[in-house]
Design a protein around this ligand. Structure first.
Ligand SMILES: Nc1ncnc2c1ncn2[C@@H]1O[C@H](COP(=O)(O)OP(=O)(O)OP(=O)(O)O)[C@@H](O)[C@H]1O
Length: 278
């Protein structure tokens, strides 16, 4: 099974393969119009794009959370380690090693930080000692959570709740984390801190990340590879370094270009954008 999932040219194992998926909400709203992407084992892959581009929908299609929103993958396939998962129940997807951290943190507000973290271990069957060890590991990554362990999550800051959401995902001992908009609503310094921890978890624990981000700048500094979504389609992909240096990415997503800062009101920019998206 693992051999089948290996890419031939680089010999890096592809864990997750999204192949030309179409997603429709409420049987009529076509949101993803043929999205394909590969997530290699041990990498940080970024899914970039503006509001409503389809990033969250892509992550939910992978984790099996679309059904609760009356969404459906109507075409294409999603494979994890070569096995189709697009019709898999979300809890089973977690058991396979894929866990999603939802946009907006979604901590259980009335539970303490520690209780929240422990909910992440609910699919585990390896006993209390392993869970306790991982709780300590999470506290080592996020010392702030150790300090706040007895606080009700609802009374902690946005940054602490984001740490809690990532920590809770780690408690399931995932192979892959789908991280939705970790920067949302956080101060720049905290965003940097969260991304540094993501990088450390990736390097030390070998956890693979697929992260959806509007903050192209920070995402492309930490990711290895990026996909840019526009209106439900991938319009560009490449190694993060190449995307960072790409003129169109600089112009439309990083807000800089060789000719100075661009505005969408600029006619030349608009024409270029149309050409790019056509
Ligand atoms: N449950 C739903 N029912 C109907 N339409 C939806 C639903 N969820 C999302 N959409 C629509 O699908 C499109 C893509 O939304 P999605 O949340 O995937 O984008 P996104 O790239 O994650 O954007 P953002 O960064 O703003 O969260 C949007 O036009 C949105 O209105």
């Amino acid at each position: 099974m693992l051999d089948a999932a290996k890419t031939t040219d680089t010999q890096v194992e592809t864990l997750l393969e999204v192949n030309n998926i179409e997603v429709i909400y409420n049987s009529v709203i076509l949101v993803l119009k043929g999205v394909s992407l590969n997530v290699p084992k041990g990498g940080i892959t970024a899914l970039l794009g503006g509001n409503g581009a389809g990033k969250t929908t892509t992550l939910k299609a992978i984790s099996g959370l679309l059904a609760s929103e009356r969404g459906e993958v109507t075409k294409g396939s999603i494979k994890y380690r070569g096995q189709p998962i697009q019709h898999t129940d979300p809890a089973e997807t977690v058991r396979k090693g894929v866990v999603q951290v939802m946009e907006g943190r979604h901590c259980f507000e009335h539970l303490t930080i520690e209780e929240n973290l422990l909910t992440g271990a609910y699919t585990r069957t390896d006993g209390k000692a392993g869970i306790q060890r991982d709780l300590e590991m999470v506290y080592d990554y996020f010392p702030r959570l150790r300090e706040r362990r007895r606080s009700q999550a609802g009374y902690t800051s946005g940054g602490e709740q984001q740490m809690c959401a990532v920590g809770r995902a780690l408690m399931s001992r995932p192979e892959t984390i789908l991280l939705d908009e970790p920067s949302m609503g956080l101060a720049p310094q905290l965003v940097e801190q969260i991304f540094e921890i993501v990088k450390t978890i990736n390097e030390k624990e070998g956890v693979t990340f697929l992260l959806a981000e509007q903050n192209t700048n920070v995402a492309l500094r930490f990711a290895h590879y990026g996909y840019i979504l526009e209106s439900g389609r991938v319009v560009m992909d490449g190694p993060a370094k190449d995307l960072r240096e790409n003129q169109d990415v600089k112009e439309f997503y990083l807000g800089v270009s060789d000719e100075g800062r661009k505005s969408f009101r600029d006619v030349r920019s608009y024409r270029r954008r149309k050409r790019w998206l056509s």
